[in-house]
Design a protein around this ligand. Structure first.
Ligand code: GLU
Length: 510
């Protein structure tokens, strides 16, 4: 039997990492099993569903590197793939279940249900529908419904416990006492999730349902729907057999404080990670490790094709996974290093434009300079959005401000350090520009003249030239400062000469 899995997002907001991981695990499983991956849009919540979210989530999934065999955008043999376009199927099966006596009309108002719920909670019981309308005479109920009385459709929950073998959690069991008769179709005519999901999974011949474990408590209700549908007389050979699929519920993703990952922990949407300059291959690699680890070895770097080879549902952990931004940055750094520099430049441009460091249409000389700057700065960033802070060493030189920093001030207040700076400035200003060679030469001369070496030599000079005692390799940075100062950039770069003069002035001020 061909494996068929689906990702069934509701287009009510941006795709976040939890759902993206669900999509990825489904995709990996399908690709590995030579199966099919279906994208189904669950847009029955008409008020909250929006086309723009559907469009965005398709783009986000594609960005992550996923593709699907069937879906609203590509069609397929079991379409339509939007629940809003499948009303007929839900109506048809709801009617069949009512006719068979497995489902009934419920006329209880939402106020009544709410009162029941509150009463149960006050009495310390788990709220569940009392089953009041299940006792109505079906003919009378049908007449009331036809006369226009608002009614939902509920399933009669059979009187037995529900158990299923979850591929991640093992045996899961629910007693019938905790499950009230679930709504299949709301009084508005819209199908409820637990009903639509079963009809669709069955009609679309889904063999494995891989989803978040927030749906584990819905599964017994869905099993009850399968059970009721299986008892219907089979009318055509093309109808499904209504055997439930296999279930795999993925563990919750937690934030660093071990509460469920949410917006409180910062932005978690794919759009956010993309804008921050996280590469899709890094995010996919990271998401795969959220709840999955190969049982053999402790390898952590996997490309998508490697994941298809190595991933196994059996190795998915039932324990919650903690989202670790540092680890994602670590992986991203790995992929940034491996990437084609032109690709990284293109991704970095909008980020640097936003910081005001690159203009609308940079010319070739500026781009050439940026290529070298990125080559120097990239090893110290975990996401491209950290680039502007790193590039500040080029653009934001301010001698006065740097001397306000206690750590700098402490270095410079030493007389020997000042001597180093003065000697360095004197030698540098003799010549027009500090090339890498000239820098080495001047450093050597200052070393001889002041008898200072190591950090006593380098720290004061670095502070004078860059404003901080640490940073990228000086003999690569300084030529870039000089070259940058000659370019037409939206924010001009101060040359070494003007930096040293500014520093000299600032020193006299303290
Ligand atoms: N639309 C549901 C959700 O986004 C799908 C749940 C399922 O996969 O069954 O949570």
């Amino acid at each position: 039997m061909t494996v068929r899995v689906r990702f069934a997002p509701s287009p009510t907001g941006e795709l976040h990492v939890g759902n993206a991981r669900t999509a990825l695990f489904n995709w990996l499983f399908a690709r590995q099993q030579g199966g099919e991956f279906v994208l189904r849009v669950e847009d029955t919540d008409v008020e909250r569903s929006e086309t723009r979210f559907e469009e965005q989530l398709i783009k986000d999934l594609q960005w992550l590197g996923l593709d699907w065999n069937e879906g609203p955008d590509v069609g397929g043999p079991y379409g339509p793939y939007r629940q809003s376009e499948r009303a007929e199927a839900y109506q048809q099966y709801a009617q069949k279940l009512i006719a068979a006596g497995s489902a009934y009309y419920c006329f209880c108002s939402s106020q009544e249900i709410e009162l029941e719920r509150k009463a149960a909670l006050t009495a310390g019981r788990q709220p569940r529908y009392s089953g009041k309308c299940s006792k109505l005479d079906p003919e009378t109920a049908k007449a009331r419904k036809e006369a226009g009385e608002p009614a939902s459709v509920r399933l009669r929950i059979p009187n037995h416990p529900f158990r299923f073998e979850d591929l991640v959690h093992g045996l899961v069991e629910f007693t019938q006492e905790v499950i009230g008769d679930p709504i299949l179709v709301r009084s508005s005519g819209l199908p409820a999730y637990n009903f639509a999901v079963v009809i669709d999974d069955a009609l679309m011949r889904i063999t494995h349902v891989i989803r978040g474990d927030d749906h584990i408590s819905n599964t017994p209700r869905q099993l009850a729907v399968y059970g009721a549908l299986a008892q219907l007389p089979r009318q055509t050979a093309s109808e499904p057999d209504w055997n439930p699929p296999q279930f795999a519920h993925l563990s919750t993703i937690l934030g660093p404080d071990h509460t469920r990952l949410s917006k409180r922990h910062g932005a978690t949407s794919l759009g956010h990670f993309r804008a921050a300059g996280i590469l899709p291959e890094a995010l996919a690699n990271y998401l795969a490790l959220l709840g999955w680890a190969p049982s053999q070895g402790n390898r952590e770097i996997f490309t998508l094709p490697e994941l298809i080879q190595s991933f196994s549902l059996k190795e998915v952990s039932r324990n919650p996974a903690v989202f670790d931004m540092e680890k994602l940055r670590w992986l991203n750094r790995h992929y940034l290093k491996q990437s084609n520099p032109e690709r990284i430049l293109n991704l970095a441009i909008p980020i640097l434009q936003q910081a005001g460091y690159i203009g609308e249409s940079p010319d070739e000389s500026a781009l050439t300079w940026w290529r070298e700057v990125l080559d120097l700065l990239l090893p110290s960033v975990g996401e491209l959005s950290q680039l502007p802070a790193q590039a500040a060493v080029l653009f934001e030189y301010d001698a006065g401000a740097s001397l306000q920093i206690p750590a700098n001030n402490e270095v410079i207040s030493d007389a020997a350090a000042r001597q180093v700076v003065e000697a360095f400035a004197e030698k540098t200003l003799e010549n027009s520009e500090l090339s890498a060679d000239r820098l080495r030469e001047v450093l050597e001369q200052v070393k001889l003249a002041t008898q200072q070496k190591g950090k006593n030599l380098f720290h004061p000079i670095r502070i004078a030239l860059t404003g901080t005692a640490s940073g990228p390799q000086l003999d690569r940075l300084i030529p870039l400062v000089e070259a940058g100062s000659r370019l037409e950039l939206p924010k001009p770069i101060k040359s070494c000469r003007s930096r040293l003069m500014e520093f000299h002035k600032a020193l006299r001020g303290i």
